[in-house]
Ligand binder design. Structure first.
Ligand code: UD1
Ligand code: UDP
Length: 377
């Protein structure tokens, strides 16, 4: 029996680890699974835990309003020691590139257990964009014993950094497992929000927006908000639905610039089920989110990415995503093109799944079982 400890703290980590945890729990004879949440996010994490019916064995409850990266990192390091001592995991699982991942990876390394990194090898090759995630994931790669790369591009990036190819496995991104599972549920039983928003949206084209990147705080968010205002004012047959991230640095400019615009709906962050319904219902998605960049192609939705660089180039190369930066004229220009030119729209609205086929979690759990079988030989 192997003791597996999943450590995570934010909304995207929870969404992307939920299917992996469910898969490990299907083998109670092989794995003793424990969950530790740092609660780097509080409300947005709890929303995901509820959707996937996950309960934390350890809840460190670390989130503070407007937390700084240094304060948060310090709290994660000190709080994890007693958890590691109590669980004595054989494997610690971490996912992605948040501060929780960086600190949990290093803590597990100091403690002396093996580390599996899910979504390994994403690189923008720019230390400051996304900040601090590009460096967080490189740190995770340095401490990990097994790397679950979502794509071939990610595998190559790890090899280029000197990681032994024998410990890298290409699995697909687990977000696609979560997305397909939830989409099926939502299509069979539309969530409550469906009825309400179906009548609000009516026959207007809906643009779904999310944004939260630290490198865009300040001037970037001013530009983003002004661009959305321009689009809403130019196209009155369009409605913009924007679930606003709980970060106060995001909420202030968004509420100030967009609060009174007639065809913009600012709403609270959505439960994952509701958000999947919203993506499925949208005409176009404008975002800086990593996870949404991976989900949109599976749903056949064109996506404008409000960043200058991305570690998720597969969508750009497949033609479903375009990088538009956090710049007002570019965001407005590219949105206008998709709203007025059917051919341009059709070219981007291609369904495809460059990020995974929905079986990544199963591959990961099989790999850990195989690893233990071969290490017994
Ligand atoms: C974090 C991750 C980022 C990830 C994002 C997903 C880091 C450095 N960044 O960024 O990689 O893309 O999560 O959303 O780890 N807040 C709440 N309630 C919540 C969540 C956040 O009030 O449920 C507010 C708090 O004031 C908090 C602030 O948002 O201090 C920022 O949260 P934090 O986790 O530090 O950074 P994010 O910008 O969310
Ligand atoms: N998401 C959600 N509710 C929302 C907005 C996003 O459930 O209101 C989901 C989205 O589908 C994706 C994940 O949250 O799976 C992305 O999280 P976020 O953008 O916060 O982080 P990132 O992926 O950029 O790290």
């Amino acid at each position: 029996m192997k003791r597996i400890l999943f450590i995570f703290g934010t909304r995207p980590e929870a969404i992307k680890l939920a299917p992996v945890i469910m898969e490990f729990r299907r083998h109670p004879d092989s794995f003793d699974v424990k969950i530790c949440v740092t609660a780097q996010h509080r409300q947005m994490l709890d929303q995901v835990m509820e959707v996937f019916d996950l309960r934390a064995d350890f809840d460190l409850d670390l989130m503070q309003e407007k937390q700084s990266l240094l304060q948060l990192s310090g709290r994660v390091f000190s709080a994890l020691e007693s958890v590691l001592v109590e669980v004595k995991p054989d494997w610690v699982f971490i996912q992605g590139d948040t501060t929780t991942v960086m600190a949990a990876g290093v803590a597990a390394f100091y403690f002396g257990c093996k580390i599996a990194h899910v979504e390994a090898g994403l690189r923008s090759h720019n230390r400051f964009s996304p900040f601090p995630e590009e460096i967080n994931r490189r740190i995770a790669s340095v401490v990990a014993d097994l790397h679950f790369a979502p794509t071939e591009t990610a595998r190559k990036a790890l090899i280029a950094e000197g990681i032994d190819e024998k410990i890298i496995h290409v699995t697909g991104n687990t977000v696609i497992d979560a997305l397909l599972w939830v989409r099926e549920r939502v299509r069979q039983h539309p969530p409550q929000i469906a009825a309400e928003f179906d009548s609000i949206i009516g026959d207007r084209r809906m643009i779904l927006v999310t944004g939260h990147r630290r490198e865009s705080f300040g001037e970037g968010f001013e530009q983003i908000c002004l661009a959305l205002k321009d689009i809403a004012e130019e196209f009155n047959d369009v409605i913009i639905v924007y679930p606003v991230h709980l970060n106060p640095h995001v909420r202030e400019p968004v509420n100030r610039v967009l609060g009174a615009v007639k065809n913009v709906r600012l709403i609270e962050p959505l439960q994952y089920t509701d958000f999947v319904w919203m993506m499925d219902r949208s005409f176009l998605i404008i975002t800086d989110s990593g996870g949404v960049q991976e989900e949109a192609p599976s749903l056949g939705k064109p996506i404008l990415v409000m960043r200058d660089v991305t570690e998720r180039m597969e969508g750009v190369e497949a033609g479903t995503a375009k990088l538009v930066g956090a710049k007002r004229p570019r965001i407005v220009g590219e949105a206008r093109l998709l709203l007025t030119d059917t051919t341009a729209y059709e070219q981007m609205a291609k369904a495809g799944n460059p990020y995974g086929d929905g079986n990544a979690s199963q591959r990961i759990s099989n790999m850990i079982r195989q690893h233990h079988r071969s290490s017994r030989l």
